[in-house]
Design a protein around this ligand. Structure first.
Ligand code: RIB
Length: 318
C-alpha cells in the first residue's frame, strides 16, 4: 500500500471570495469592504492541503464543476501533490463558492454556495466506496453531499477505519450517524447548533461535549474553542488544550479549524499519543491564523515541526 492510500479526505473544494470588512454587517445594512481577493478554499480541500503540506500523501475526493473554477481548483490540487483520482466533475452544476467576511480581529463569517460539492451521484458514491479498502483513515466534513458522508460513515465503520469528522457546517444529518467515529469535532458555533444551547463558557463547553458524546455515540468529542483552544471528552475525562499563543499576531482565522483537523489526522496517522497530536494541531493552527486566506495560510511540515519543537521547549506541551 502506498502512503497516499493511508488517508482519504472527503469534502468540499471551493473558490473563496474573501472580503475584508470593518465588522459583520447588520441585517438591512450596506457596508463597504476594504478589500477583496479570491483563493482556493473549501473545508475538504483545506484539510487535504494541510495534510499534504505537513507531510502525509493523501487522496482527496471532492466534486468540481466542469468550469474554469473547477479547472483552477483541480490544477492547484495537483500542484500540491494531492492524489486526485477520486475527484469528480459535474457537467451541470458549477464549482462551489464561499463568500467570507474577515474582520480586523481575524474573525470570519462564511456563506457557502455548495454547487458541485452537493452533486455527488450514486455512481460517484459507489466508485468512491469501492476504493475504501485501500485506506486506513477517513477525514470527513459536512460541506458536501450528505449521502456521500453517510455511505463513508457506514462502510468506514464496517471496515474498521479510523474516522475523524469535522462536524460542520451543521446540516440535515442525524447525530446518531456518527456513532463509533474516533473523533467528532465541532467548533463552538456548530456545537451550539447541534445541541440547541449556547456554547460560550467553559461550563457550557463541558456540557456540550457530554451531550454530543451521548447523542453521537462517538468515541471522543473534540470541541474546537477558537481562542480558548480545544476540549477533549472521551466519556471519562475532560481535558483542555489551550491555544498556542507564540506563533504571532492573529490576522485571519479562516481555515484554522481545517488546519487543526489536518494536523490532528497527521499526528494520529503517525501514531502520536492523542494529546500530543492535539497540541501539534493547536500549534499548526496557530501558524495558520497569522496568515491571510485559506489554502494560502496552511503551514508546511517543516514550519509546524519547528514551531512545535519551540512550543515543547517553552513548556507549552504538557
Ligand atoms: O473552513 C474554511 C472554509 O470554509 C473556507 O475555505 C470556505 O471555502 C468554507 O468552505
Amino acid at each position: 500500500m502506498s502512503s497516499r492510500d493511508q488517508v482519504l479526505v472527503a469534502g468540499s473544494a471551493n473558490i473563496d471570495v474573501v472580503l475584508q470588512v470593518p465588522r459583520t454587517p447588520h441585517q438591512g445594512e450596506s457596508l463597504v469592504a476594504a478589500g477583496q481577493r479570491t483563493g482556493l478554499g473549501g473545508k475538504g480541500s483545506n484539510r487535504a492541503i494541510a495534510l499534504q503540506r505537513l507531510g502525509l500523501d493523501v487522496q482527496f475526493c471532492c466534486k468540481l464543476g466542469q468550469d474554469s473554477s473547477g479547472d483552477l481548483v483541480f490544477s492547484k490540487l495537483q500542484a500540491e501533490g494531492i492524489g486526485t483520482r477520486l475527484v469528480k466533475r459535474d457537467e451541470h452544476v458549477g464549482t462551489g463558492t464561499a463568500y467570507i467576511m474577515v474582520e480586523p480581529s481575524g474573525k470570519n463569517t462564511i456563506l457557502s454556495y455548495l454547487g458541485a460539492n452537493n452533486a455527488f451521484t450514486k455512481t460517484d458514491i459507489n466508485e468512491i466506496v469501492d476504493q475504501l479498502p485501500s485506506f486506513s483513515f477517513l477525514s470527513l466534513e459536512l460541506e458536501c453531499s450528505l449521502s456521500l458522508i453517510e455511505q463513508l460513515l457506514y462502510h468506514g465503520r464496517k471496515q474498521e477505519k479510523v474516522i475523524i469528522v469535522d462536524a460542520g457546517p451543521v446540516r440535515g444529518i442525524e447525530l446518531s450517524e456518527f456513532r463509533d467515529v474516533d473523533v467528532f469535532s465541532p467548533n463552538e458555533t456548530e456545537a451550539a447548533q447541534w445541541t440547541g444551547f449556547a456554547v460560550d463558557t467553559e461550563a457550557a463547553a463541558r456540557e456540550a461535549c457530554r451531550y454530543l458524546y451521548e447523542a453521537t455515540g462517538s468515541k471522543r468529542v473534540l470541541l474546537k474553542r477558537g481562542e480558548h483552544g480545544a476540549m477533549l471528552y472521551d466519556g471519562q475525562d475532560i481535558r483542555n488544550f489551550p491555544t498556542y499563543r507564540e506563533a504571532g499576531q492573529v490576522v485571519d482565522t479562516t481555515a484554522a479549524g481545517d488546519c487543526f483537523m489536518g494536523a490532528l489526522t497527521l499526528g494520529m496517522a503517525r501514531k502520536m499519543p492523542l494529546d500530543q497530536a492535539i497540541y501539534y494541531a493547536n500549534v499548526a493552527a496557530a501558524i495558520a491564523v497569522t496568515r491571510s486566506g485559506a489554502a494560502t495560510s496552511l503551514p508546511t511540515g517543516a514550519e509546524a515541526d519547528e514551531m512545535f519543537t519551540k512550543a515543547c521547549e517553552g513548556g507549552y506541551v504538557k
